[in-house]
Design a binder for this molecule. Structure first.
Ligand code: GLN
Length: 491
């Protein structure tokens, strides 16, 4: 077979199953491509070619053994996958994009990683991320920025920018990302790929290095809704190591492949089409909504009145949780340690040297919001408004099956475009944060290009645990259009 890197997840699995290709061949094809294109893209912090080759060989051997004994194959046997560098892979350096974890090698797998390894995946490497997943551009990584495959002078989005760029550039057929306030959906949108942020609790957070624990969710980036679903299905479900995880069924396999969307109700919230949004983004999203209407879905104007509060609420709650979560990096337990005879000095110097500017900013913001005199005024108040945001969603989901909206107000911006202005960077998240605050799933997928040929994405948000329905809607759209089949001009 030729051009192995162009295979979809589904296509690769079929080819592996029919023994038209071996896992070793497939893995080598991606590793060669990584070697050739990484210098321009920098999608990975740590590629793992040796691990990948040995896992691929083991997968091929296993296939032979199982075939001989007539046993079924694990569902993803031999499929290469990239993993965001905030998820622990046993024995592989896991940095979280931070100097403070420069030499941290976890002695265990994240549950989602372990489940996918059990299903047979091959790990190509750990992808770049904003430090501790704090950012919208991957510029906050201590290991350098990732470049957008559609325009190397632009950011890939963030914080899962490495995963999105890797998938867009076909350095991997799919990648894991995490989404605390948009970090799967926004880079998916900037890089022209499909990304699912599942319902909070759908995937175990065990082994995901914590940022905002009440918001963090592990998701998938791939080229289609169908491909993303295949992977999500195998990592979802209750895990006794994460008390917030759930066992809610994802629907029978294939039910999301129904192309018929007639009679489904899609809500279009007025609050997501506001002044300041790039006109082409609004236009492409509205056209995509029209595609759903043409396929027989019913389009309903709705209102999510507390949307504008999501940004200040998130930028209190997420830093507050982060300030608590990041207290553990003190030079005693893991990662970097600045040597000093004085314990306090050691703490201060370790954290001073190990954390980057954005992480320090958020620790200070979060510590302030949680401090005795201000807790009620900031953190407590933010939690109350968060409930109102969630109630907005509860109410509209009595009326509609899904909510359609842009993912971000603009397409990919230039590297360095927002670095001096944290608030401008935070504004990038205005449409993605509400889903995390409400805990609902969001699926982003490409719906066109702007005038500079940069991808535009839209998102569908749904009731908790309604991922299947979102996949079904996006699958129908992807059968009717070919935006998801477009690839950046890299070769
Ligand atoms: N951009 C948001 C932030 O900086 C969201 C990041 C994320 O989802 N991890 O916090």
């Amino acid at each position: 077979m030729k051009n192995l890197h162009t295979l979809s997840v589904q296509g690769a699995l079929t080819a592996l199953q029919r023994r038209q290709v071996s896992s070793l061949e497939l893995t080598q094809a991606y590793l060669e491509r990584i070697q050739r294109l990484e210098a321009n893209l920098h999608a990975f912090i740590t590629p793992t070619p040796d691990l990948a080759l040995s896992q691929a060989q083991a997968a091929d051997d296993k296939r032979v053994c199982l075939r001989k004994s007539g046993q079924p194959y694990p569902p993803l046997l031999g499929l290469p996958l990239a993993v965001k560098d905030v998820l622990c892979v046993q024995g592989v350096r896991t940095t979280c994009g931070s100097k403070i974890l420069e030499n941290f090698t976890p002695p265990f797998h994240a549950t989602c990683v372990r489940r996918l390894l059990d299903a047979g995946v091959v790990v190509l490497g750990k992808t770049n991320t904003d430090e501790f997943a704090m950012g919208s551009s991957t510029e906050n990584s201590a290991y350098g920025v990732t470049h957008n495959p559609w325009d190397l002078e632009r950011v890939p989005g963030g914080s899962s920018g490495g995963s999105a760029a890797a998938v867009a550039a076909q350095l991997a057929p799919a990648a894991l990302g995490t989404d605390t306030g948009g970090s799967v959906r926004q880079p998916a949108s900037f890089c022209g790929v499909t990304g699912i942020k599942p319902t909070y609790g759908r995937v175990s957070r065990y082994g995901l290095i914590a940022y905002g624990s009440s918001l963090d969710s592990v998701g998938v980036l791939a080229h289609s809704a169908q491909d993303a679903e295949i992977i999500l299905r195998l990592m979802a479900g209750f895990d006794e190591l994460d008390a917030t995880s759930h066992d809610e069924p994802l629907g029978t396999p294939g039910c999301s492949q129904i192309k018929d969307v007639r009679g489904l109700r899609i809500g279009v919230p007025q609050e997501y089409f506001i002044e300041g949004i790039q006109p082409e983004v609004e236009d492409r999203v509205r056209r995509a909504i029209q595609v759903f209407a043409d396929m027989g879905a019913e389009i309903v104007e709705i209102s999510l009145p507390h949307t504008s509060y999501a940004l200040p609420v998130y930028y209190l709650i997420a830093p507050a949780e982060a300030s608590a979560n990041l207290a553990r990096y003190d030079g005693v337990r893991f990662g970097l340690r600045a040597e000093s005879h004085d314990l306090n000095q050691m703490f201060c110097q370790t954290r001073g040297r190990g954390f980057g500017a954005e992480v320090k900013r958020r620790i200070m913001l979060g510590t302030y919001a949680l401090s005795a005199g201000y807790y009620d005024a900031y953190y407590g108040q933010a939690q109350k408004v968060r409930t109102l945001i969630k109630q907005d969603f509860d109410r509209v989901f009595q009326q509609v099956d899904a909510v359609a909206a842009p993912v971000a107000p603009s397409t990919a911006f230039k590297i360095g475009g927002h670095t001096d202005d944290p608030l401008a960077m935070y504004l990038e998240d205005v449409f993605s944060l509400p889903a995390n605050l409400a805990g609902v799933p969001g699926l982003a997928f490409p719906v066109g290009f702007d005038d500079q040929h940069l991808p535009v994405g839209m998102q569908l948000m749904g009731k908790p645990f309604s991922e299947s329905l979102l996949f079904r809607l996006a699958h129908a759209f992807q059968q009717a259009t070919d935006w998801h089949l477009q690839r950046p001009p890299l070769d």
